[in-house]
Design a protein around this ligand. Structure first.
Ligand code: VGL
Ligand code: ZN
Length: 217
């Protein structure tokens, strides 16, 4: 099956950064496997609009276990009345692990959206921060940026499939975009979440596709 990509569709490449590679600070299972395919997809110019997100935390970020004495990575804490996973220190602003992956030619990118830079709030989704002062999650501005360019449909790939890719695709749908997730262009932090991720995506009408199906209209 082949999927024709409309000029109103955008590719969102989420957090393809060295710290999410298998030897990185917050390793994704087989995270390096998607790097050549994403490079090929960008070179193919199948998408008229391409955005990358970049996880970009200050030192001492609230999501780091090291910021909570006595806590270990992958534990959960209560933060603003919601559960927050604590992570190893990762994607610290200005460090090599936080760069956009150097093995990808990023020149087709139209924009890079940095997220997670508020010291006290995590931001998994490219569209909205995880928590807001009065409940509502503050926008990053990405939805407006896409809409002003006429985009009505997004394809979300990158890392991690069970965290930032999932949250970005879910927010896309909630904010009125049609959303697709090319499965082979993402990898999870925790592989045994894959079945639950598929269920969550399909329940929200997010189409699961494969990179080989993407063709220019
Ligand atoms: C991510 C955990 C913490 C991701 C970012 O990119 O999926 N996961 N920060
Ligand atoms: Zn992060």
């Amino acid at each position: 099956m082949s999927q024709l990509i409309s000029p109103r569709a955008a590719l969102i490449v989420v957090d393809v950064q060295p710290d999410f590679m298998p030897c990185g600070a917050l390793a994704c299972h087989e995270g390096d496997a998607i790097v050549p395919s994403i490079d090929r997809l960008l070179r193919s110019r199948v998408f008229r609009h391409v955005v990358a997100t970049q996880d970009w935390h200050p030192r001492g970020h609230v999501s780091f276990a090291s910021s909570h004495p006595g806590r270990a990575p992958f534990e959960q804490i209560d933060l603003y009345g919601q559960s927050q996973t604590l992570w190893p220190d990762h994607c610290v602003q200005g460090t090599p692990g936080a760069e956009l992956h150097p093995a990808i030619d990023w020149s087709p990118l139209d924009a890079v959206l940095r997220k997670g830079s508020d010291p006290g709030v995590d931001s998994y989704s490219g569209f909205r921060e995880n928590h807001g002062p009065a409940g509502a999650r503050p926008s990053t501005g990405l939805a407006g940026w896409l809409r002003e360019r006429g985009v009505d449909e997004v394809f979300v790939c990158g890392l991690a499939r069970d965290v930032c890719v999932l949250w970005t695709a879910q927010d896309a749908v909630e904010l009125g975009f049609r959303a697709h997730l090319p499965w082979d262009l993402s990898r999870p932090v925790t592989p045994d979440t894959d079945a639950a991720t598929r269920v969550a995506l399909l329940a929200q009408g997010i189409a699961i596709t494969e990179a080989s199906e993407l063709r220019r209209e």
